[in-house]
Design a protein around this ligand. Structure first.
Ligand SMILES: [Zn+2]
Length: 404
């Protein structure tokens, strides 16, 4: 099985837009209700050891099971029989919203994300359909369950043989979009390690440093736009809240944010292709991105968008038959790539790596990228050999053929 997601801009009519808006609101209410149910359950289990709450007390029986995705789907089915506004919305689509909440909890438990929050009006921006009818895409229209055919701009064609499995309708400030997940019944081969290997170190001084000496400066999308953003936000704050002019000013802030996100994504895609141009293997560090986004340089780390870059790089590598792997990121800037000796911490101002053991000298970030490369080559079972001028080659260890 092989999935790709295609995104197209929708051209809904006024009545369809009203319907989309109503659906988003219903989804938001379902999400908030389900979250409240879970939150109440948690609160009823936690109790201070030294005090009893005088303000309020959660009356949930001690043996009540924890609300799960399955139990909430069941209560949703029951609620749909009584509520008119729930009946108007596709049931499967509402279940997807419950699944989304479940996912938010799982990523809190497993990935150290924050506790899921209630969504304010307008905060719910998409809903999805896990199942579509036969041939949902016909000459410029996409057929969605219950809503019906919606006109769209098909900016690119979908290759033959794919089946459209899912759709997600997304609201952005520039309009409505649909994301179609297309599935092909083929198993494309996973790239195998081959060709030239490239190690990549990411950082804030140079966004990317590769082991063969390419240094790319970091673009500051958000940081550069701060002044403009401040101006636009100031204009919002001077309007009467909820008025037409206030809405207009808000839209300007939102479109600036969307523009910046688009710029960043475009730049990440282009850089990924540039890296893949003459590489057969790509190795990157496995960074703790959640930790970075809470550190001192969080604004800059989030502006750089390392997580998105790694995802896009991985997809690009897959598309272009380049082997991609993440390696351990610890102490990449402290180890000499040439002799492997730990040289101690460098100050941030120290821009070159000079090894006190073997005298190997190169740029600090390039040295880190070369350490990543050496680790990556070792991880795919190659023996690493260093040629002159900091060029590293991996020699595959010949596997002994199994005895017949
Ligand atoms: Zn050395």
């Amino acid at each position: 099985m092989f999935n790709l997601t295609y995104e197209f801009k929708l051209k809904p009519t006024q009545s369809q837009i009203a319907m989309f808006e109503e659906w988003l609101e219903t989804h938001r209410r379902v999400y908030n209700h389900a979250l409240a149910e879970r939150k109440d359950w948690y609160k009823s289990r936690s109790c201070q050891v030294n005090a009893c709450s005088l303000h309020s007390c959660y009356i949930i029986p001690a043996d009540a099971p924890r609300p799960t995705f399955a139990s909430q789907c069941k209560s949703l089915t029951a609620a749909r029989k009584e509520n008119e506004y729930l009946k108007r919305v596709n049931a499967q689509s509402l279940q997807q919203t419950l699944r989304r909440l479940e996912k938010a909890f799982v990523s809190m438990w497993e990935q150290n994300h924050g506790f899921p929050r209630f969504k304010k009006p307008g905060r719910m921006r998409s809903f999805s359909f896990p199942q579509l009818g036969v041939n949902p895409l016909t000459n410029g229209f996409v057929k969605l369950p219950v809503i019906g055919a919606v006109s769209m701009r098909q900016s690119r064609s979908i290759p033959d043989g794919g089946v459209i499995k899912q759709a997600r309708v997304v609201k952005r400030v520039s309009g409505w979009y649909v994301m179609l997940t297309v599935q092909w019944d083929v198993n494309p081969p996973q790239p195998i390690p081959h060709g030239e290997a490239v190690g990549i170190d990411v950082g804030l001084t140079s966004f990317v440093a590769t082991s063969n000496g390419l240094l790319v400066k970091r673009p500051r999308f958000f940081v550069d736009a701060l002044r403009k953003l401040k101006l636009l936000q100031q204009r919002v704050s001077r309007k009467r809240i909820g008025s037409n002019n206030w809405h207009k000013a808000q839209r300007k802030v939102a479109s600036l944010h969307e523009y910046l996100a688009n710029c960043r994504k475009d730049w990440h895609r282009k850089l990924s292709h540039q890296i893949c141009n003459n590489a057969g293997m790509v190795f990157v560090e496995d960074l703790n991105l959640v930790g970075l986004s809470r550190g001192m340089h969080r604004l800059h780390c989030l502006d750089a968008g390392f997580g998105q870059f790694f995802n896009i790089l991985e997809q690009t590598c897959f598309k272009r038959d380049v082997y991609f792997q993440k390696v351990d990121s610890r102490k990449t800037s402290q180890i000499c790539p040439s002799c492997g000796v730990q040289t101690g911490k460098k100050e941030l101002s120290e821009r070159t790596h000079i090894c006190s053991n073997c005298g190997y000298t190169t740029d600090r970030d390039v040295a880190a990228a070369q350490v990543v490369l050496v680790r990556g080559l070792a991880a795919v079972g190659h023996t690493v050999k260093m040629l002159a001028e900091g060029k590293f080659v991996g020699i595959p260890v010949k596997q002994e053929s199994p005895p017949l």
